[in-house]
Design a protein around this ligand. Sequence first.
Ligand SMILES: [Cu+2]
Length: 154
Amino acid sequence: MNFQLQHLSTLRKYAGIGLIASAMGLAPAHVANAGTVVRTVAINMDDTLRFDPEQWEATEGESLRLVVTNSGKVRHELVIGKKKELAEHAKSMRDAPKGHHHHMDNAVSVEPGQAAVLNWTFKSAGTWGMACFEPGHYEAGMVGQVTVKPKHSH
Ligand SMILES: [Cu+2]
């Protein structure tokens, strides 16, 4: 096994742990309490051009605090949107590569070795995506998926 493969399999292992931690993080939402429950989700980005976890789950309307860490040596970003919106954004960036700047509440750009927080609430259930639009990263597969479950009605 060469180093690259070994490194990737280690990352997969961590991704699994991340998913378990993420599922466990759902527990406080079931505690009856006044006030808003905010769930923290840790997401790592690195120069293998992957998000860790690559897939996670959320609930419609849930208040999330995404702690996004860049453990790589180049800048990465996390942009959240519906898959179609992300694909359209990727296309518009290829058409106008100099237009790479976000001033949106669904994106956070993180310098190497830094972490940033994105407060986010999924407004509808369904399949959402994560993407990095640093040049070439989306095309190289720096994308992820968030499955958003409908809010329970009481
Ligand atoms: Cu990236």
